[in-house]
Design a protein around this ligand. Structure first.
Ligand code: URA
Length: 228
């Protein structure tokens, strides 16, 4: 087992290396690569979609409005952003904050998997569809899988993957904010190791695509498209 200091240094070394990435065309439009921020030995890691305007300028993920909401939700469960690690599926801003393209995700995903190996979180919260689909390896959208932990192993690291709505989607939709808040409330129990998120807060029953009730239609990806 590599100790935390060694992993911390290695993460810094790689971040410096990744800053010059030219694996995809986003290298031509970005201001800078936004690798991630926070505690490199964190138990809790968040994975969002991609840097937006402010993140691209400042080089730090989640510094805009969605980031402020993320910080508020963290504070409500007694955590600060300095205690967690925050990263994105894409490390560079797509022009106009458009959705990540499959080829961009393909080019960039290795960085995220390296981050997971070095940080070794116990819980990964995927924020929204792109992070959830990538790390769950399933095409099921966030509306179907949110709020229920799934165990996944990435290389040497086994985590509780906990998909939740993207904070940007909750900014203007009170019902979504309520669900996000209730999912955050489940995090302390999950971090405590119970794998008991489902007991910590009222959760929807597991639902297959075919079994989704008509009264609760799945929002498709387009309905969860937002600007941040
Ligand atoms: N800011 C980020 O860094 N990532 C997102 O997914 C949204 C806003």
């Amino acid at each position: 087992m590599v100790d935390a200091d060694t992993r911390r240094q290695e993460l810094e070394r790689r971040a410096a290396e990744w800053a010059g990435c030219e694996r995809c065309a986003l290298a031509g439009s970005r201001t800078q690569v936004v690798v991630g921020s926070g505690e490199p030995d964190a138990d809790l890691m968040f994975v969002g979609e991609a840097p937006g305007f402010h993140e691209d300028k400042q080089g730090i993920p989640f510094v805009g409005q969605a980031g402020r909401l993320l910080e508020t939700l963290l504070e409500e469960i007694g955590l600060s952003r300095e205690q967690v690690y925050i990263a994105n599926v894409l490390k560079c801003r797509p022009p106009g904050n458009r959705d990540p393209l499959p080829a961009e995700i393909e080019s960039c995903q290795g960085y995220l998997y390296d981050q997971i190996q070095l940080i070794r979180p116990r819980v990964i919260c995927t924020l929204g569809n792109f992070a959830t689909k990538l790390l769950s390896g399933s095409p099921l959208g966030i509306t179907r899988v949110r709020g229920r932990a799934q165990e996944h192993t990435f290389g040497a690291v086994t985590v509780q993957l906990f998909p939740i709505y993207h904070p940007a989607a909750a900014l203007y939709t009170p019902a979504m904010l309520d669900m996000l808040r209730s999912d955050f409330a489940a995090l302390p129990a999950l971090l405590a190791g119970g794998g008991a998120a489902a007991e910590a807060a009222p959760q929807p029953a597991p639902m297959s695509a075919a079994a989704a009730p008509a009264s609760e239609p799945e929002l498709d990806d387009a309905q969860l498209t937002f600007q941040f």
